[in-house]
Design a protein around this ligand. Structure first.
Ligand code: PLP
Length: 462
């Protein structure tokens, strides 16, 4: 299995190389040269299996010879053993034919644990075998960073530096990043917004001297291994509701397009998904784009669903690659135009996107109202991101097809908004109830590439 760049100018890599690299050297994102297919019978055979066994069967064809079957089963087992729910990704019913896929039972209470815990274990096994060390650098709007720190803390072969926008993450998110005391964990509070953090990480990857000098590895949602880990719960949940005999639709609270792109891959692998609905908050570049208004950056407006507060949605490039019929030159040109503000999507590509994706947006008021109404009608306390999803799903839902809305974080991660909306204070699960008492460790830093690169060079253990 070979991996190719969406921009067509980077070397083809194995799964292992693509995983350890993250961003391609031509600025593009890696994708498998061909998408493995699962037959009707293979999907039907997933019924009743554990999450771990489903994960093994869904992901195995993407890995080539990176891991033996035995290694890979052990990696999966370790990745998910710390989750607080035996089903890992349990489904709950919200309303007739509307289901909530709870993805927040991992160690940092957001869906990013699914991918990050797996990638942590995969990095450890691969790097030990190679006798190498890497420096992981990531930008976060809150949840990626804590998930990465939790997945990589204490590992010998890795230093992890996380850039987050100072003052723009929730207190729980910040404390999850600043309280781990492992020497290989470094939290950097950047004076800027999430797009600044993301741009700084991209710039570090494009600074080849730095990149090679510190052996940079990326675990942002651009890393294909992360996308792959997220494909699994589309299969497990759809099969629970009767796939492959029955079609299902998904609504996904979306920021960087990683999670919903995993759903698109599941569909391309053969899972019978009818609609994939992109749900955005007021930062709605994706909704505008899918509605035919082009992809033009605005200013990021802080919201009560901060993990979706972005304007440039990096994984959307992967969807564009397929929408443009795998024309890497066309994608490279669009990404060039994006540097000067944005681009229009061709009529053909827009139509191709429309075959799989719908979209909607929820305002701040609608999000708060949905937290309140869902609690009243189903007893479920939603985090603001999940509420954006539920609101958009209610508008997009068609009576005959079951709708699964992804609940991307636990309400206790965003207690202020949840309490404002519902009057209920969502408590942290008992296993992390001392979070507010642990000492914090963080470096505040300017949004300056050279300063951040110096800091990283000075703090890696070599
Ligand atoms: C990261 C995140 C999202 C957005 O996911 P993408 O893969 O970036 O689209 C939504 N909700 C929560 C809680 C998140 O942490």
């Amino acid at each position: 299995m070979k991996y190719i760049s969406t921009r067509g100018q980077a070397p083809e890599l194995s799964f292992e190389e693509a995983m350890l690299t993250g961003l391609a050297r031509d600025g593009g994102l890696y994708l498998p040269a061909e998408i493995p297919q699962m037959s009707h019978d293979e999907i039907a055979a997933l019924s009743g299996l554990s999450y771990e066994e489903t994960a093994f069967r869904v992901m195995r064809p993407f890995l080539g010879d990176t891991f033996t079957d035995e290694e890979f089963r052990a990696i999966i087992a370790r990745a998910y053993e710390g989750f607080g729910h035996a089903a890992r990704a349990p489904l709950k019913q919200l309303a007739p034919n509307h289901f909530l896929l709870e993805l927040f039972h991992g160690p940092t209470l957001a869906f990013k644990d699914f991918a990050m815990q797996l990638i942590g274990q995969m990095f450890e096994v691969a790097l030990k075998r190679r006798g190498e060390r890497v420096t992981i650098v990531g930008a976060t709007s809150g949840d990626t960073g804590s998930a990465a720190i939790e997945a990589f803390r204490g590992l010998d072969a890795v230093d992890v530096f996380i850039l987050f926008p100072h003052g723009r993450v929730s207190e729980v998110q910040r404390r999850q990043m600043t309280t781990p005391d492992d020497a290989n964990v470094h939290a950097l509070a950047v004076d800027g917004d999430f797009d600044d953090c993301q741009a700084l990480v991209k710039d570090m990857f494009n600074d080849f001297d730095f990149r090679d000098g510190v052996r940079l590895a990326g675990v942002n949602s651009i890393n294909f291994a992360r996308v792959l880990a997220q494909v699994v719960y589309y299969f497990s949940s759809a099969v629970s509701l009767g796939a492959p005999q029955r079609e299902v639709s998904f609504t996904v609270p979306t920021g960087n397009f990683g999670d919903i792109f995993a759903g698109y891959l599941a569909k391309r692998m053969g899972l019978p998904i009818d609609r994939l609905v992109v749900a955005t908050n007021q930062n709605d570049i994706l909704h505008r784009c899918l509605s035919g208004e082009g992809y033009f950056k605005g200013d990021t407006v802080p919201s009560i669903s901060p993990s979706m507060d972005i304007q440039v949605s990096s994984n959307f490039e992967r969807a564009l690659y397929y929408a443009y019929d795998q024309d890497a030159g066309a994608v490279a040109q669009l990404m060039d135009e994006l540097k000067s503000g944005g681009f229009n999507v061709s009529q053909g590509a827009l139509q191709a996107l429309g075959e799989s994706f719908d979209s909607g947006r929820a305002s701040e008021e609608e999000t708060l109202a949905t937290i309140k109404s869902a609690l009243a009608s189903s007893g479920e306390l939603l985090c603001p991101h999940s509420a954006v999803g539920v609101k958009v799903a209610e508008q997009a839902r068609q009576a005959e097809t079951p709708m699964i809305t992804l609940a991307t974080a636990h309400p206790a991660k965003f207690p202020a908004a949840v309490e404002q909306a519902s009057g209920v204070h969502p408590p942290l699960p008992p296993r992390m109830s001392d979070l507010y008492d642990r000492p914090e460790r963080v470096t505040r830093i300017a949004k300056d590439l050279a300063a951040i690169e110096d800091h990283i060079r000075g703090h890696i253990a070599n």
